[in-house]
Design a protein around this ligand. Structure first.
Ligand code: HEM
Ligand code: HEM
Length: 176
């Protein structure tokens, strides 16, 4: 059978705008954290607005934006990792199970970082310590996230960064 490759829209405009706006706002929150407290706080609140919208979109949005569309159980996630280890990674159009769990991890730690930032703002050494600790965990996750994106782009022979910019992936057939 002969299949013609097709361009499929995977990431809708909301997801793409959310992603790059979040990445820039996060970067600015880091840059301002030490010396520009007023701006830092505004950026942190804006992160919460972005996350709030993403959570709603995760319930009512397009197919690959919905949490039910990419959050996979442990059996499927392990199956994916096994296929990856065997050098034939199973093909997912949206987030693969590892990418899906990274998205959830980033969202949760971002929420916790911003929330403890608000609490630290009212004073309290402990909240400030916690806020800074979470900000460091978040940085680690972001580094692993970007390395994961680069690694999967190589392993799946596909430009995931391009897909998050244009929304499109090319396929002639897919597993899931
Ligand atoms: C230059 C740096 C970055 C690059 C190249 C990048 C790239 C990507 C790509 C390609 C995806 C889709 C992954 C997939 O196909 O499964 C993605 C998803 C995601 N990224 Fe990034 N990212 C970057 C920085 C960040 C930062 C700084 C954050 C948060 C602080 C972040 C949070 C997320 C989240 C939450 C998702 C899930 C998207 C969704 O479903 O809404 N990213 N990123
Ligand atoms: C995702 C969002 C956020 C990130 C990544 C982040 C990151 C950071 C980091 C890395 C620091 C440590 C700066 C240092 O070394 O002194 C910090 C400090 C702080 N952040 Fe955030 N933050 C975020 C959101 C917020 C929010 C929403 C607020 C309050 C409304 C806030 C309030 C503070 C305060 C009060 C400090 C202590 C500043 C100081 O050292 O004097 N942050 N934040």
């Amino acid at each position: 059978m002969h299949n013609t490759p097709q361009q499929i829209t995977v990431w809708d405009p909301f997801v793409r705008t959310f992603h790059w706006t979040l990445a820039v706002t996060y970067l600015l929150a880091w840059i301002t954290a030490e010396d520009w407290p007023g701006l830092h706080e505004q950026l942190g609140y804006f992160v919460l607005v972005l996350l709030g919208l993403r959570l709603i979109w995760g319930l009512v949005g397009t197919r690959h934006a919905r949490f039910t569309g990419f959050v996979r159980g442990p059996t499927e996630a392990l199956g994916y990792l096994r296929s990856l280890a065997q050098g034939h990674p199973k093909d997912y159009l949206g987030h693969n199970p590892a990418g899906g769990w990274m998205a959830i991890g980033l969202i949760i730690v971002l929420l916790a970082t911003a929330a403890t930032g608000i609490l630290a703002n009212d004073g309290g050494e402990l909240w400030e310590e916690l806020h800074e600790g979470l900000a460091n965990i978040l940085l680690l996750l972001v580094v692993v996230h970007v390395l994961g994106v680069l690694a999967s782009s190589l392993l799946h022979a596909e430009n995931l960064i391009g897909a998050m910019l244009t929304g499109k992936k090319t396929r002639d057939n897919i597993d899931v």
